[in-house]
Design a protein around this ligand. Structure first.
Ligand code: AMP
Ligand code: ZN
Length: 494
């Protein structure tokens, strides 16, 4: 590894730590989509964060084996133990077979992943293909004395798990009380969770398997423990997900996995969580209306990379509020970046820091020192817990720096993009230019714009600055950019 030590925020312990892999290949498991509906923009934020982690590991030349699971069974509504399966509900709603629902929304997830330029995972295991292994896993937990059976299924007894809830930072008593779970008849502790969800008498599930605890379906948490161990080995280095998983899903994955392994070692060493995307500063909730997805943005004329750039402008551990103005600004930044980079093409192929440094002429002259300085800045930024806003700022600085030679600049741009994944090497400038031209406007739209501009001029001449600002904001919302010249205001569309 060249450059700075990679440092990452580990949710287990809640501190920034050196990342030191335990094996030649870093095992990385990311909790994937529940394929009962389209992924929304928030879901995709979590996968863009995971992709940034992938790119950081590649930059540092750590080989990675990445698994993203596809949850096509077992995830009940409201993450509960006794509710209906999300896939079965969707099948009833859309009057389609469960398998069709899963296939259709899995495809939607892959489409968005491709559009956002996410590096593909090595494996995308389907939960429904691992049910036999899940049953074996639960049988083992039963033999070890961690479970109890109720008419509603087989439950994991969290009071038998000494470190239960460490990841969530909840003291044990607190966690037991706080766990946000529904009432289940006979459950010993509120935090106990279902390993197997038995069919209710007289209710036949659509997806059902026979098990030692009767016909039914696995609990949601089981799949991730089973599939990750099957594909990455019993212990592996990294596990990721959205920040909601830090409170429940990952807590339960850890409890059952460490009980199963029984070797006293932490199951997974690094747990990374991406913060949520908010909508109008509120949690994205299906109940608050349709949740926007990538296709809504592309239909409105935005390039998927504008959304990616919008996300990378925030740090993955900070909440980010989704606004039209934010994506507009990102689209404009992307357009400027691409038009600035296009004349530099072709860019060299760069994936790692080491490769980038090797591409610079080793003349030791000022120009290559300047380029090296930028590579160091990129390296320091990504090594500092994936500081993508700093990577972007460094790229912008380099593009303005007249001390860089074109060769040096090419290497710096290619390196920044190896981390950002915006596709700067070949994005077509025309493709990222979503500015409408004035000719596209209707006569009524032009009239409104000109009336607002006249009103603003009047407000300014009356020194009514608040009103003038208000009108400018209104024009801004319409995508109109006003420039004041000695001959009066002119305008254009952004
Ligand atoms: P799901 O398909 O519901 O299982 O969620 C897929 C991933 O998206 C999980 O890692 C969630 O933690 C994550 N997620 C859900 N809502 C948001 C959000 N608003 N912002 C970011 N990530 C989210
Ligand atoms: Zn999971």
């Amino acid at each position: 590894m060249t450059g700075q030590q990679l440092r990452l925020y580990n949710s287990l312990g809640r501190r920034i730590e050196d990342f030191v892999p335990s094996a030649d290949v870093v095992g990385l498991y990311s909790c994937g989509p529940t394929v009962y509906y389209f992924p929304h923009l928030g879901n995709m934020r979590t996968y863009v964060f995971t992709d940034t982690l992938r790119r950081a590991l590649r930059w540092k030349r750590y080989p990675v084996r990445h698994v993203i699971n596809i949850t096509d069974v077992g995830h009940a509504v409201a993450d509960s133990d006794t509710g209906e399966d999300k896939l079965e509900l969707a099948a009833a709603r859309e009057q389609r077979a469960v398998a069709d629902i899963a296939a259709f929304y899995t495809r939607a997830f892959f489409d968005d992943s491709t559009a956002l330029n996410l590096l593909p995972a090595d494996v995308y295991p389907r939960a429904s293909e691992y049910v036999e292994q899940m049953i074996e896993f639960a049988v083992r937990l039963e033999e070890l004395g961690y479970t109890y059976q109720l008419p509603s299924g087989l439950y994991f007894d969290t009071s038998k798990s000494p470190g239960y809830g460490t990841l969530a930072l909840l003291d044990i008593a607190g966690q037991r009380e706080a766990a946000r779970v529904e009432f289940v008849e006979g459950r010993r502790n509120k935090s106990d969770f279902a390993l197997w969800r038995a069919e209710e008498p007289g209710v036949r599930r659509v997806m059902r398997w026979d098990s030692p605890w009767g016909w039914g379906a696995p609990g949601w948490h089981l799949e991730c423990s089973v599939m990750s161990m099957a594909l990455l080995g019993e212990h592996f280095d990294m596990h990721t997900g959205g920040v909601d998983h830090r409170q429940l899903h990952h807590v339960n994955e850890i409890a059952q996995s460490e009980a199963y392994l029984g070797d006293g070692l932490p199951w997974v060493r690094y747990w990374l969580h991406g913060e949520f995307l908010l909508l109008n500063n509120a949690k994205i909730a299906k109940s608050s209306g349709p949740v926007p997805r990538l296709a809504d943005l592309t239909e409105a004329g935005y390039h998927p990379m504008a959304y990616r750039l919008f996300l990378l402008g925030g740090h993955y551990r900070s909440q980010l509020d989704f606004t039209a103005a934010g994506v507009d600004a990102a689209q404009a930044t992307l357009r400027r970046l691409v038009s600035r980079v296009a004349p530099l093409r072709p860019l060299p192929a760069v994936e790692s820091h080491e490769q980038a440094v090797a591409l610079l002429p080793d003349s030791g002259g000022e120009a290559s020192k300047t380029a090296l300085g930028y590579l160091d800045q990129l390296d320091a930024a990504i090594a500092n817990d994936l500081a993508t806003p700093k990577v972007l700022a460094t790229l912008q600085d380099a593009l303005r720096d007249s001390d860089l030679t074109p060769e040096g600049l090419r290497v710096v741009v290619a390196s920044a993009d190896a981390l950002l994944g915006l596709g700067l090497a070949d994005l077509d400038p025309a493709e990222v230019d979503n500015r409408r031209s004035v000719e596209d406007l209707s006569a009524g739209e032009v009239e409104t714009i000109e009336r607002l501009i006249a009103e603003r001029t009047r407000a300014r001449s009356e020194k009514n600055w608040p009103r003038a600002d208000e009108i400018r904001a209104e024009l801004d919302n319409l995508g109109v950019q006003v420039t004041d010249t000695p001959n009066g205001p002119t305008w254009q569309l952004r």
